[in-house]
Design a protein around this ligand. Structure first.
Ligand SMILES: Nc1ncnc2c1ncn2[C@@H]1O[C@H](COP(=O)(O)OP(=O)(O)OP(=O)(O)O)[C@@H](O)[C@H]1O
Length: 253
């Protein structure tokens, strides 16, 4: 379980998160929505323990991430998988070495076991037989899949996704969203997905949380957000422009 309690995050004089609280239950997929700069990635960094909150608590599986030593943090991160924006594969390593990275770092598995797990995870993401390719020869969608295979290699209890569909065309974006959903079904992981992509969010979310200027305006099931009494939430959910005069009469599509 991930429990964020009354978190404030300040950088210099700028307050980025203001009294943010959120619980992500075991096995749940929580999607964090919000405009650019609203603090979504900052929230992920707090969960990973890359940032310590200015005040408040970030508890992951009962551990206060801000109070852990670097060694303890690394131990906790072994149970977490990360799918970064733009895949972040190691360009000088083959697909196999990318997927095997965490296995080599955190375990003493034999080469046979590593081979087996790499094959199994690539199969799960629909990429059989590409172990020896280099990332530079893959399409954007394939890179995302490899990134997901790497994130789940150690069968993490928690998976964090930062904009998993960024830079993909709508069809590939749907493919990745379906894959995230499938992965959830297989692994029963607790997941937090940061995205701008409403269609993807609707496909994968158990619940959604809408971050607006550093505070959550709404947390709930997708239909609850769509019917939110707060016009700012509905506006985002409907993808309307920020300036209501933007679509003047006669300009409407
Ligand atoms: N380490 C830092 N030092 C100073 N400012 C920071 C730092 N990290 C983030 N910020 C600022 O905090 C704000 C929120 O950043 P964050 O990356 O969390 O937003 P976001 O919602 O993920 O945006 P996007 O969707 O564009 O990625 C931004 O204005 C950013 O410039």
């Amino acid at each position: 379980m991930i429990s964020i309690r009354h978190v404030y995050q300040t950088f210099g004089s700028r307050q980025i998160l203001k009294d943010v609280s959120l619980t992500v239950k075991d096995g749940e997929t929580m999607v964090i929505l919000g405009a650019s700069g609203s603090g979504k990635s900052t929230l992920l960094k707090l969960i990973i323990g890359l940032l310590k909150p200015t005040s408040g608590e970030v508890m992951v599986n009962g551990k206060d991430m801000a109070r852990l030593s670097e060694a303890e943090l690394n131990h906790e991160r072994r149970h977490m998988g990360f799918v970064f924006q733009y895949s972040a594969l190691f360009d000088s390593m083959t697909v196999k070495e990318n997927v095997a990275f965490g296995l080599r770092m955190h375990t003493k598995m034999s080469e046979e076991e590593i081979d087996r797990i790499v094959k199994e995870k690539l199969h799960l993401v629909g990429l059989d037989g590409i172990e020896n390719l280099m990332p530079s020869s893959l399409s954007g969608g394939m890179k995302k899949r490899v990134s997901l295979a790497r994130a789940i290699a150690l069968e993490p209890e928690i998976i964090l996704y930062d904009e998993p569909t960024a830079g993909l065309d709508p069809i590939r974006s749907t493919d990745i969203s379906l894959l995230i959903k499938h992965t959830q079904k297989v692994l029963h992981a607790t997941s937090v997905v940061v995205t701008h992509d409403l269609k993807s969010a609707e496909m994968i979310a158990d619940r959604m949380a809408f971050l607006y200027k550093g505070s959550f305006l709404a947390i709930g099931k997708p239909e609850e957000l769509r019917q939110s009494p707060d016009p700012r939430v509905r506006q985002f959910m409907e993808g309307l422009p920020s300036d209501p005069d933007f679509l003047k009469e006669g300009d409407a599509p």
